[in-house]
Design a protein around this ligand. Structure first.
Ligand SMILES: [Zn+2]
Length: 270
């Protein structure tokens, strides 16, 4: 882990509470058009884009976007972040991102220095560089530098990653198992994810250079967040590696990203 970057200051996370930044930024047309030209949005038809735009405006109204560590937030940055964030919930009911307000953005990676609880409930002191952080019931933190690298179909999207943690946290601690929709089979979800997680851990532990970012082996929660990134950014990679996980995510996100991107004939081709 690099030990550079701005230290995450807990006070930064409260800053926008005092100037009530909720809804401070309206959709920026230039940033919106630039976002829509990115490969991750390829294949969305006019109706879907209009819906995405409305939901993006809704998210901008609902959240308080603020800069920290010297970053000056503006409508263009907030629009870019909101557009990425809305993509996963485009076909879900409203409300999946409710219950928290703050989106705090640092210029680059920030240092998380503090207490963190592991899966067994033991609290450790940790210090590491982060490109994003989603706090249960609290703020979502992003590195702007990493946001700028997202959307290019390379399997990486820090916004989708952190918002996926927020989806996962809707039924308690992030554990890789968000609330499932009616008609989804919880046993199938558990089986498919455990098999993929175990397989990836085994391959990474064995020294294999995997197509999937090995950060997914940190925990089942990270596995869900990282594979959600691939689902939207590089679904062909996820489908080739773990087709059953891909199938579960089609049911969860109610989108067939691979079919959509193939139809668009973009970077994935056929
Ligand atoms: Zn994560």
């Amino acid at each position: 882990m690099r030990d550079t970057g701005t230290r995450l200051n807990p006070l930064d996370l409260l800053a926008s509470l005092f100037d009530s930044g909720r809804g401070a930024y309206k959709l920026d047309e230039v940033a919106w058009r630039a976002a829509m030209a990115l490969p991750v949005f390829d294949g969305l038809d006019e109706t879907a884009r209009l819906h995405l735009r409305e939901r993006t405006q809704g998210l901008l109204a609902d959240k308080a976007f603020s800069g920290a560590g010297g970053l000056e937030m503006d409508a263009a940055m907030a629009t870019t972040i909101a557009a990425f964030a809305v993509l996963p919930v485009l076909n879900l009911e409203e409300g999946w991102y409710s219950g928290w307000v703050e989106v705090v953005v640092y210029p680059g990676e920030f240092i998380f220095d503090g207490e963190q609880m592991d899966e067994t409930g033991v609290v450790h002191h940790v210090r590491h560089a982060r490109s994003g952080e989603a706090m249960a019931g609290g703020p979502l933190v992003l590195s702007w530098q990493d946001v700028q690298g997202a959307g290019r179909g390379e399997g990486f999207n820090v916004v989708i990653h952190e918002f996926a943690h927020k989806l996962d946290m809707r039924n308690g601690e992030a554990n890789g198992r968000p609330p499932l929709h009616a008609g989804m089979d919880p046993a199938a979800w558990a089986e498919v994810w455990l098999a993929a997680y175990d397989d990836l851990c085994r391959r990474v532990d064995g020294g294999e250079v995997t197509q999937i970012d090995p950060y997914a082996t940190e925990s089942p929660a990270e596995c869900f967040a990282v594979l959600s990134e691939y689902f939207f950014e590089a679904p062909h990679v996820l489908h080739a590696e773990y087709p059953e996980v891909y199938g579960q995510l089609v049911q969860f996100y109610r989108q067939d990203t691979l079919a959509r991107l193939r139809q668009a004939g973009g970077i994935i081709g056929t």
